[in-house]
Design a binder for this molecule. Structure first.
Ligand code: HEC
Ligand code: HEC
Length: 489
């Protein structure tokens, strides 16, 4: 009894329970059990029981780090590429946080990030002229450089904090990705980044003020972030009691947001929600075959898109639309076409008879480059034939090539069917001027944009401090707290 009591006192001072306490505890536990079997009494039973409980928690706590495979790579044995790929799989599912976003299972629901089944082979065809390994290296070190169509710039630079993979870990992950449908290429590579830069770049940005996470948690509730976003451990307001300031929409669960995103990303998400839109959550309005679809852009690839709409009585419907089916919309102002969401353009150069159409490849202030019949052609934005649509009081709609005049003048001159016609503006109800037309897919964030105005600087820094605690570790802290509480009883 004396031994088990001393064991309890001695062990108790070594709390919180950690794996390194496990061995002495197990020894004390065994000794006390043996002594207690010899001298059995009610007091002993009680003490043995509490020791057993403590030992059990210590044992469980000791197991966790072992089973969650905190691999510590010090070298890779390239003589066995399959083994390297297996180590990469551990990084993928563990420290790398890759599996928090990516699936490797084509039957999984289409999520916010591309499924990586067969990435080993697909990587070779993503960017023309870039081989599989180079593509994978770029995807990991500079994810924003090439975006998989339909996905936003949300993949973190995984070599930087908080994920901070070492070069060896990245090499192993690449071997694993190549093993998914492709061949593992063991050729060594140089990192396309300068690790010393990570600190310099961070220092060049304005500092993020550090706040109080507890106060930030209150802001999260009072600013109604909780109405849209779930966070483990915070109760969502009951349905119907939510704010009337905005429409509550489906939004990402933020319980683990800080495990794979840094402060900058979190800050930008709140200050400029439309800058990076998590795929599957963006809001769109598209017109196809004369009908308008307004709702959530569920997914998008190079050929089609899926929009989820809600009918007036709340029934959700999904519509799959081919990009080629989207209606051409008239464009009056040819500036910043891409930022306005246009991805194709039809225009008539001043020296041409017929209009040309193509996908927009790139644009400058004065020119736009289109892919016309597989070839890139650059057009001036100013030397284009413009059209005007006039509507008479009788409801007639006439479209013609624009020559001169506006509604403020006495007459408008258009070329209709090859001959010049003069319209008296007194007879016209409306005239709209178009310089081109194009298909457009403009995605915005349904998250309100006015938080920067609503939140004070201190609210904002407290809120960000709170968000940065959301690493998914909260659940473990809670269960550890429970374990600590038990022996005190
Ligand atoms: C916060 C979510 C997130 C995390 C974490 C993340 N990714 Fe990504 N990843 C994305 C998104 C979104 C894309 C698509 C946009 C793009 O190309 O950057 C992407 C693209 C990729 C691609 C290109 C896929 C393709 O089909 O061409 C690869 C490869 C990739 N990720 C690997 C990884 C690996 C390996 C990790 C872990 C070390 C990881 N990602 C972690 C979100 C994430
Ligand atoms: C009206 C519902 C709504 C409210 C209110 C709202 N959000 Fe969002 N939020 C969204 C949606 C939808 C997205 C996903 C689309 C996007 O990326 O913008 C999002 C994205 C985010 C992201 C990025 C998530 C990711 O997985 O990458 C963060 C972080 C975030 N919100 C934080 C906040 C905070 C903090 C507040 C309160 C100040 C807040 N949100 C209020 C709807 C909302």
């Amino acid at each position: 009894m004396v031994v088990s009591f001393i064991a309890y006192i001695a062990g108790a001072s070594a709390f919180p329970i950690a794996s390194e306490n496990l061995l002495p505890w197990s020894v004390w536990f065994l000794i006390s059990v043996i002594i207690n079997i010899v001298l059995w009494s009610n007091v002993m039973k009680l003490l043995t029981f509490s020791l057993a409980v403590i030992w059990f928690y210590a044992f469980v706590a000791g197991l966790v780090p072992e089973s969650s495979t905190a691999v510590n790579l010090t070298s890779l044995d390239w003589s066995d590429p399959e083994a390297v790929a297996e180590q990469g799989a551990l990084v993928f599912n563990g420290k790398g946080q890759c599996s928090a976003c990516h699936t490797v299972d084509t039957s999984a629901p289409k999520g916010r990030c591309p499924d990586l089944t067969d990435i080993g082979i697909n990587a070779a065809s993503r960017v023309p002229g870039t081989d599989a390994k180079t593509y994978l290296i770029e995807s990991l070190y500079e994810p924003a450089k090439y975006l998989v169509p339909g996905y936003g710039k949300i993949m973190p630079e995984i070599w930087k904090a908080p994920i901070a993979l070492s070069k060896l870990e990245i090499e192993a992950v690449i071997a694993y990705l190549q093993s998914l449908g492709g061949e593992i290429d063991p050729t060594p590579f140089d990192e396309p980044i300068d690790r010393a830069d990570a600190g310099t770049v961070a220092a060049a940005l304005p500092p993020v003020l550090t706040g109080d996470p507890e106060l930030g948690k209150k802001v999260f509730v009072t600013a109604a972030c909780i109405s849209c976003h779930a966070v483990t451990g915070i109760e969502s307001p009951a349905a119907g009691e939510t704010t009337t300031d905005f429409e509550v929409v489906t939004a990402p669960d933020l319980s683990e947001i800080a495990a794979f995103n840094d402060m900058r990303y979190l800050e930008e998400s709140v200050l400029k929600p439309s800058e990076q839109i998590v795929s599957g959550y963006g809001a769109v309005t598209v017109r196809a075959k004369g009908a308008t679809y307004q709702g959530t852009l569920v997914s998008q690839d190079t050929e089609q898109l899926v929009v989820r709409t809600k009918t007036a009585d709340g029934v959700e419907e999904e519509h799959t639309l081919l990009l080629s089916e989207l209606d051409d919309e008239p464009i009056e102002d040819l500036t910043n076409l891409q930022t306005k969401g246009y991805f194709t353009l039809t225009l008539t150069p001043a020296d041409a008879e017929v209009p040309v159409s193509g996908e927009i490849v790139s644009e400058t202030e004065d020119t736009v480059t289109l892919k016309v019949d597989g070839e890139d052609r650059t057009f001036s934005k100013t030397d284009v034939k413009s059209q005007m649509t006039v509507i008479t009081f009788d409801g007639d709609e006439i479209v013609g090539e624009y020559v001169s005049g506006t509604m403020d003048d006495d007459e408008i001159i258009l070329v209709v069917d090859g001959s010049e016609e003069i319209f008296d503006t007194f007879d016209l109800e409306e005239a709209t001027f178009t310089r081109a037309s194009g298909k457009k897919l403009f995605v915005t964030s349904p998250m309100p944009e006015n938080f920067p105005l609503l939140l004070s600087v201190s609210d904002m820094s407290n809120l960000l401090s709170f968000l940065s605690t959301l690493t998914g570790a909260a659940a473990e802290v809670v269960s550890e707290g429970a374990a600590e509480g038990t022996p005190a009883e």
